[in-house]
Write a new protein. Structure first.
Length: 231
């Protein structure tokens, strides 16, 4: 299938684990794909961008914490690359793909003893969301939490009628976290509970992006329409 259908992979935390759950460089991932050149040999295949028509996609590496022993400057260097890439970009639409989610969900001590955590924004969100605001990103698709959440538009860390739209893309496979994630104040739509697998369809029209979330049986869960601001 991979020979016939284009795939845009992005690194997640599990690519950095060995079979004993110890962190190491993700050599398997880094040598599996031939990805667009990011102009940074040190970070070859870790982050990249590409354009399809007038839609510019940016694929980020959010594994700063896992790779800090080998790449202590990853956050700084990737941010510099992102700003250079976006400054060159002539696309009408800008979409970011990232594994770790920008939002932080509260942990319930009853389900995660010893790991009480407040709702807010993740380290990745605090790092990247101001840059997404500055460079006019339209849509941010994330993962990591194995749940589907549509958050609508967020600008300057607040609900807004402009700025990027944020969607955590959902569940694929048998890893589920029922009752783990509470509802975040910025969540607009959640998938039916308990969650099952889902998939997303992205369509670009002249003046809008449309993202639809479906269950495996074709049931429509959510539709997000993003108009292009003329500001």
């Amino acid at each position: 299938m991979a020979e016939k259908i284009p795939v845009a992979p992005l690194m997640g935390n599990h690519e950095t684990y060995d079979l004993n759950w110890k962190v190491r460089m993700p050599e398997g991932y880094l040598h599996r794909f031939a990805l667009p050149d990011n102009g940074r040999e040190k970070y070859r295949n870790q982050f990249y961008s590409f354009t399809v028509g007038d839609v510019h996609f940016v694929v980020l590496n959010t594994q700063n914490e896992e790779l800090k022993e080998w790449e202590p400057d990853l956050a700084r260097d990737q941010e510099a690359w992102f700003q250079e890439d976006m400054a060159r970009n002539q696309g009408k639409w800008n979409i970011v793909l990232m594994h770790k989610d920008p939002l932080q969900y509260a942990f319930d001590p009853a389900t995660r003893p010893g790991r009480d955590r407040a709702e807010g924004f993740s380290p990745e969100g605090r790092e990247w969301m101001p840059l997404f605001d500055r460079y006019g990103v339209d849509l941010v698709l994330s993962a990591h939490l194995h749940t589907y959440r549509n958050r609508g538009r967020i600008y300057d860390f607040q609900r807004a009628d402009h700025g990027p739209s944020y969607i955590i893309t959902g569940v694929a496979g048998d890893v589920r976290y029922p009752s783990l994630w509470k509802r975040h104040a910025l969540d607009v739509t959640l998938a039916p509970q308990p969650e099952t697998d889902n998939y997303l369809v992205l369509e670009k029209q002249e003046d809008q992006l449309r993202i639809q979330c479906f269950l495996p049986d074709g049931t429509l869960v959510d539709t997000v329409t993003i108009g292009k601001s003329e500001e």
